[in-house]
Each structure stands twice: as structure tokens, then as C-alpha cells.
Design a protein around this ligand. Structure first.
Ligand code: BGC
Length: 757
């Protein structure tokens, strides 16, 4: 195929190549009929197919497709296999709907719970997001359909998303914002990567040579094409130079001409355009190999959507084992969302579902003789409605149990704008409080895409189930869980904070004057709350079950290990309750001492295990080089350091059951990074520096102490403590009279020596 592509490129005119580098419509590539190059069709999105009936329409009612749970929900399954099945099912629908590439998954980090698109993203943790993305991409692509990994990169808010510059340091990019992309590219080779709208450190992502060419293509080995987010390109020629292969949407005659002119004028090399064309043609022909059309199995996919929803919903609280509901004669179901299911978010991921399970009907059909009553509870808008509240309270009082099903309305949460607070509506909060006052057995079910604050009401209710934007079969999944036909097994892929002011990006959100500063650096999500030793509402990784699990016999494959060999950590998990269930075992790594500050702990592995009552299984998690490494901005690479690490095995970030101490031997032979500004402490900490400068240390100390009046000199400190953090050259400047050469020459000589070694 490569040879054919090269010969097609050789026969294409400059105009044809420029045209191919920009879409022909909102969703298609430009065909080159005379050379047998067909058009390729793409469609949103991460949770199902949003196929427009007309390729020139952007947001018309799309063709029916299964609406699967949104990413917050599917990620809370922590089940990579299930994400693979989800991907495969979406691909089958793509094939039936003549779609070549699905625009998803979204793997951006949830920097703040306010992010309007958080419901489309997996997690606040790069390892978890990366794992899930690999499976999703492999699932879709195993069927011969492409994916688009998006939005690359640092696109973590909606405020000024088309223009704002995310100011983020290199280490934070490498350790937090890029790894999910990196993993998916290296392990699953998505056919396409979608660049984001925003700027990263002052440069549009669509033009970002470092991100698109140096890191994505050259370093990670990305073989597919880079597509712009829809409307992200400002300057097509600059984008071409940066490494953006395909601009969307089209047509854009003026920009095609701009590319032609730029090549003719030598402003961009024709080879750069040829490379973009080569990447596009490769994917166009790959897509053509999958025959399209036919039907998909609507029922089977609905059933899969239900399974994912049931596994992704998270039981946050269940005091007195109120859930599952058993033996109640009268159940008051309260809340609009019980009748008008809130199962997806607004924007480009919005799907026209094949059918929708209505929670109230599903509950009624499973209620086993119980009488179900219904009250609306809150209106569709943000009005306060005491009449709806009174009606709901009346029903709750007359029932044995009250079930509140509350959805965060779309005006609060959607693509295109961020939330301004973490709260439910005022009516919803008042409703929970009023119902809980008359009905001690109150269960709150939430439908939302991102954390909400609960402090105003959580202590008043015994049970809370996070139902997310649960997909079209979420109503049935809800009934499965509430009546115990399924056991909750989801865990949070993001921290639920106590209040907005506690959140990591609070002081740097959402930015302004064209800039948002990622001032919290590495410390987003649980990394922040750990570092601040701050209480949270529900920690990362939290989720209850109807059964209980015990962890025992933790072990590591070695006590001392080399970074290149990695380590396998094993623990036995026992179902100690009376119902079958699944547990998600999490493995975090803590570096006891490091050259640069590191998070208190980081997730580096996990496993989900199904257990019958009384059953025990061993769960093994492999930790590789990267589990122990961090990005060093001076070496500009991932490094490991010799030393002790703790391996924390837990049921959540705040529920660590066992800790294993291990010792790492780094196999790295790092170059010397001492320079003219290096401090005395840095010289002595570096093995080469110590070898070169060490022999002179005693002499320098003696002179320094003399200069400052001896051991108990006149300035009230141990002078060598102060000198430790001064550049060697600065200290030596005071000792010129006793040195054989000028200090600057002396340090230059030492540097030449250490850099040679
Ligand atoms: C969104 C993308 C989406 C594209 C096409 C953009 O506005 O940011 O996620 O894939 O539109 O609908």
C-alpha cells in the first residue's frame, strides 16, 4: 500500500494535495476521483455514533444509534475489558452507519470538577485514563474502524476554549496531561489524533510543532493523521508546518489556495504537504478495507449499555444497608429525572438514542408487588417551586422509603461552558432536605457528569448512588442496582471534593486575559488533596458494594529490583459478605525520597476481580519502569533514582490496606547536568561532581569559616548550611586570594572535567 500511496502522491497536482489537506464537508475528506481516492467519513463521538444525515450539517438530529454511558460512568467501571467491548460495539454501529472514523475517546485530565466537558473524559488520573483509552481504541479498531484520540493537549476547560493559552510547565505536561495520549498512541495506534482548540504555552495546539511533530510523531511513533478540532485552525500554513495533517471542517477554498501559494513561495516545503497527504491517504485506504453498511444488533448493544451503566454507577453511601431495597410496600419515587431520564450530555457527543429506558417504569416493573408513587419534585428550570416540594414531601411521608432521582440540568453542565459551582439546584437541595426530614429511609440517586457538593444534605440521607449520565439503558441499570439484581462495583475515577474552594485549580481557574496558568502543577485530583492533607467528600477510587472484601497476604516479586525489570505485586482478595460482587484493587507507588518533589502517591496499577461469597483470589499487578519514574526537566527524560519505595495496595486512595517496602536499583547512566549555577550541595550530591570537587571541599570549608569568624562566628548560623545553597562559583569568589586561578576558570575547569566523564 505504501508504494501505491507514493505513486498516487507523485501523480497528484499541488492543488489536489492542498485540497486533500482540508475537508470537503463537515465530515468528509476530499476525494481525488481521477486517481481513485475515495472520501472518508468521520462522526462523533465518544459515547456512540452521532452520524449526521447530511455531511454538510453540523448539529442536526443524527441517525439513531445506541447512546452508551458517558465517559465519567464508563471510567468508573475501571474495567478495561468492558471498555474494549464498548469500543467494538460502537465500531459495529459505525460500520452500519457508513462511518470510517469515530471521533473519540476523550482522554483529557479533569483538572477542575467545573470543566464543562468532564462528563466526556475518563479521569483525573493519567494512568487510569490511559489504560481505558488503550482498550477503547483497540476495541473500535479491531473492527476496522478508526478512532480519534482527543483533544490534544491541555484542553481542560470550556472558558475561552478556542483561544486561551494553557500555561503549563514541561514536567506537568509530561506527567499529568500527556501520558494518557502517550499510552494510547504507543499501545493502540489510534488512526487519528485530534488537536485541541486552545494554545499551549502561547502556541495554538493546531500549530504546535513540539506537541504534534516532535513528541507525538517523532518520539511516540504516531503513524496516523492529526486532525484539527472542528474550527481549531487559524493559519493553515502554520498548522502544516507544525504537523497538522488534516483541517476540519471544510470546504475552505481560500485556505486551500493559501497552502498552494505558500508552497509555491517556498514558505512551506512541498515535502511537508506530501507528508500530510501520505498520512491522510494511508488512513483513507485503511478505512476503505472495511466494508460498510448493514445493521447493528440494537438489543445486544442496549444490553451492553445497561451492563456498563450498572458497573459504572458508584454506591457512595449506604448506611444501615438501606440498599438494595427489599420488602418495602410503598416506594415514593421523586424527581423529574425518574420520568425524563437524564442520560447524556449536551454538545458534540449528543446522540439520538435507539430507545430510552425510563427509570420509573423500570423500577415499577421490578418492584415485586410494592406500590410506586411519583412526584416531579423540581422543575426543568432553576425556579423555586414550593408546590412541587409539598407534593413530594407528602408522598415521601406516606411511603416506606423515598427514592430521589435528581439530574443536574443541562444549563449547568454541558460542552461549551464550564460550571460556576458544584451545587445541585437550590430546589433540589431544599427537596432533599425536606424529604429526608419526613422520611429517614431516603435514597438519593444523582444523574450528572461531574462531582457535586453534598455537604448541605449528605448527613441527612442514609444512601447515595452516583448514577452519572448513564446512557440510554441507565434506567434499567438503576433498577438492577436498587433492587439488588446487580451489585454495585463502580469506583470513582475522580475525587469528590467537600467544596469548590478546596479544589486544586481553584486559584488559577479559569484564567483570563487569554491565559490560564496551571499553577498547581502536578497536583491535580488526589495528588493535591494528599499533598495538602485535606479531607474530601469521597476519595478517588471510592465505591461501595452490597458485599465486603478483605485483603490479605500482600507480596512483591522482589524486595530489591532493577527499574528495567519492574515488579509484580500480588494480594489475595476474599469476598467476606453474602452476595457475589466485584472489587477493584488499586496499587499506588510512593517514592520515599526523590531529587525533585513528587506526589505523595500515584496510581500505577489496578485490577478488577469477581468473587462469589467466601471466594478468595490472588490479584497480581505488574509495575514497570514508568511506575517508578518521573520526568526530569533538566535531563529532559524519564528518570528513576535508587532508593526505597512504598507500594500501597488499597480499596481507594484513602483506604490503603497494605504497604510493602521495596528498593529500586536504577540502571540509568545519566549525563552530568551540573552547570555554572549549580550549588555546593548539588556538586556534592552528584557522583561526578563529588569526585571532581569533593577533594577541595575541606579546604573551601576552612577558608569559608575563617572568613565568617570561625566555628561560632558573628552572624548566628552555621555558615556552611547557608553556603550549601549558593553556587560554587559565588562562594569561591570570596576566596580569590587563596586560589591558584580565578574562581570562574576553576569552575569552568571542573565543569569540563565532569562533563567529559
Ligand atoms: C468538539 C469535538 C468534536 C467536533 C466535531 C468540536 O466542537 O470539540 O470534540 O469531535 O466538534 O463535532
Amino acid at each position: 500500500m505504501n508504494a501505491d500511496i507514493q505513486s498516487i502522491i507523485a501523480r497528484m497536482t499541488l492543488e489536489e494535495k492542498a485540497a486533500l489537506s482540508i475537508g470537503a464537508s463537515a465530515w468528509t475528506t476530499t476525494p481525488v476521483e481521477r486517481l481513485g481516492v475515495p472520501a472518508m467519513l468521520v462522526a462523533d463521538g465518544p459515547h456512540g455514533i452521532r452520524r449526521q444525515p447530511d455531511v454538510h450539517m453540523m448539529g442536526a438530529q443524527s441517525l439513531p444509534a445506541t447512546c452508551f454511558p458517558t465517559a465519567s460512568c464508563s471510567a468508573s467501571t475501571w474495567d478495561a475489558g468492558l471498555l474494549g467491548q464498548l469500543g467494538a460495539a460502537i465500531a459495529e454501529e459505525a460500520i452500519a452507519l457508513n462511518v470510517d472514523v469515530v471521533l473519540g475517546p476523550g482522554v483529557n485530565m479533569k483538572r477542575s470538577p467545573l470543566g464543562g466537558r468532564n462528563f466526556e473524559y475518563f479521569s483525573e488520573d493519567p494512568y487510569l485514563a490511559g489504560e481505558l483509552a488503550v482498550s477503547f481504541v483497540n476495541g473500535v479498531q479491531s473492527k476496522g474502524v478508526g478512532t480519534s484520540l482527543k483533544h490534544y493537549a491541555a484542553n481542560n476547560q470550556e472558558f475561552q476554549r478556542f483561544s486561551i493559552s494553557a500555561e503549563v510547565d514541561e514536567r506537568t505536561l509530561r506527567e499529568i496531561y500527556l501520558p494518557a495520549f502517550e499510552r494510547a498512541v504507543k499501545e493502540a495506534q489510534p488512526w487519528t489524533v485530534m488537536c485541541s482548540y486552545n494554545k499551549v504555552n502561547g502556541v495554538f495546539a493546531s500549530e504546535h510543532h513540539t506537541l504534534l511533530t516532535e513528541i507525538l510523531k517523532d518520539e511516540w511513533g504516531f503513524e496516523g493523521l492529526v486532525v484539527s478540532d472542528w474550527g481549531a485552525v487559524r493559519d493553515r500554513v502554520a498548522a502544516l508546518r507544525g504537523g497538522l495533517d488534516w483541517e476540519m471542517p471544510g470546504p475552505q477554498a481560500r485556505r486551500v489556495q493559501a497552502v498552494v501559494d505558500a508552497v509555491r513561495a517556498g514558505a512551506v516545503a512541498e515535502a511537508a504537504l506530501d507528508e500530510a497527504v501520505r498520512r491522510i491517504l494511508r488512513i483513507v485506504f485503511m478505512a476503505q478495507q472495511t466494508p460498510k453498511g448493514g445493521a447493528f444488533d440494537v438489543d445486544a448493544h442496549h444490553a451492553l449499555a445497561r451492563k456498563i451503566a450498572a458497573e459504572g454507577m458508584v454506591l457512595l453511601k449506604n448506611a444501615g444497608d438501606l440498599l438494595p431495597l427489599q420488602g418495602h410496600r410503598r416506594i415514593a419515587v421523586i424527581g423529574r429525572a425518574a420520568q425524563d431520564a437524564h442520560f447524556q450530555g449536551g454538545g458534540s457527543s449528543h446522540i439520538n438514542p435507539t430507545r430510552v429506558d425510563v427509570p420509573f417504569q423500570e423500577l415499577r416493573s421490578r418492584a415485586d408487588g410494592a406500590e410506586l408513587t411519583y412526584a416531579e419534585g423540581y422543575p426543568a428550570d432553576d425556579a423555586l417551586r414550593p408546590d412541587l416540594m409539598d407534593e413530594a414531601v407528602g408522598l415521601a411521608q406516606a411511603a416506606d422509603v423515598a427514592l430521589l432521582i435528581l439530574a443536574l440540568p443541562a444549563y449547568k453542565e454541558s460542552e461549551g461552558y464550564d460550571r460556576t459551582d458544584l451545587d445541585l439546584t437550590a430546589q433540589q437541595v431544599a427537596l432533599i432536605q425536606a424529604v429526608a426530614k419526613v422520611q429517614p429511609k431516603t435514597v438519593v440517586v444523582l444523574n450528572n457528569g461531574a462531582p457535586v457538593a453534598m455537604s448541605a444534605w449528605i448527613d441527612a440521607v442514609p444512601a447515595v448512588l452516583e448514577g452519572w449520565m448513564m446512557g440510554q439503558a441507565g434506567g434499567a441499570a438503576l433498577a438492577d442496582l436498587l433492587f439488588g439484581q446487580a451489585t454495585p462495583c463502580g469506583k470513582l475515577a475522580e475525587t469528590f471534593p467537600l467544596k469548590l474552594a478546596d479544589t486544586p485549580a481553584h486559584l488559577n481557574w479559569p484564567g483570563g486575559a487569554g491565559v490560564v496558568r496551571y499553577g498547581e502543577g502536578l497536583f491535580i485530583g488526589y495528588r493535591y488533596y494528599d499533598a495538602k492533607q485535606m479531607p474530601v467528600l469521597f476519595p478517588f477510587g471510592h465505591g461501595l458494594s452490597y458485599t465486603t472484601f478483605a485483603y490479605s497476604n500482600p507480596r512483591a516479586s522482589a524486595q530489591t529490583f532493577r527499574d528495567v525489570d519492574g515488579l509484580t505485586v500480588t494480594v489475595d482478595v476474599t469476598n467476606t459478605g453474602h452476595m457475589a460482587g466485584k472489587e477493584i484493587v488499586q496499587v499506588y507507588v510512593h517514592d520515599r525520597a526523590s531529587g525533585l518533589v513528587r506526589p505523595e502517591k500515584e496510581l500505577k496499577g489496578f485490577a478488577k476481580v469477581a468473587l462469589e461469597p467466601g471466594e478468595t483470589r490472588s490479584v497480581a499487578v505488574k509495575l514497570d519502569f514508568r511506575a517508578f519514574a518521573y520526568w526530569h526537566p533538566e535531563y529532559r527524560r524519564w528518570i528513576t533514582e535508587d532508593g526505597e519505595f512504598d507500594i500501597l495496595i488499597g480499596a481507594s486512595a484513602a483506604d490503603i490496606r497494605h504497604t510493602l517496602a521495596v528498593k529500586l536499583d536504577s540502571t540509568l547512566d545519566l549525563p552530568c547536568i551540573l552547570d555554572r549555577e549549580s550549588t555546593i550541595r548539588e556538586w556534592m550530591a552528584d557522583p561526578r561532581g563529588k569526585a571532581a570537587f569533593g577533594p577541595f571541599y575541606a579546604q573551601m570549608e576552612e577558608h569559608t569559616r575563617k572568613l565568617f569568624g570561625g566555628a561560632d562566628g558573628g552572624i548566628g548560623i552555621d555558615i556552611m548550611d547557608m553556603m550549601g545553597d549558593m553556587p560554587l562559583v559565588s562562594v569561591l569568589m570570596w576566596q580569590q586570594d587563596v586560589l591558584p586561578v580565578h574562581p570562574e576558570d576553576l569552575v569552568a575547569g571542573l565543569l569540563a572535567q565532569v562533563q567529559r566523564v
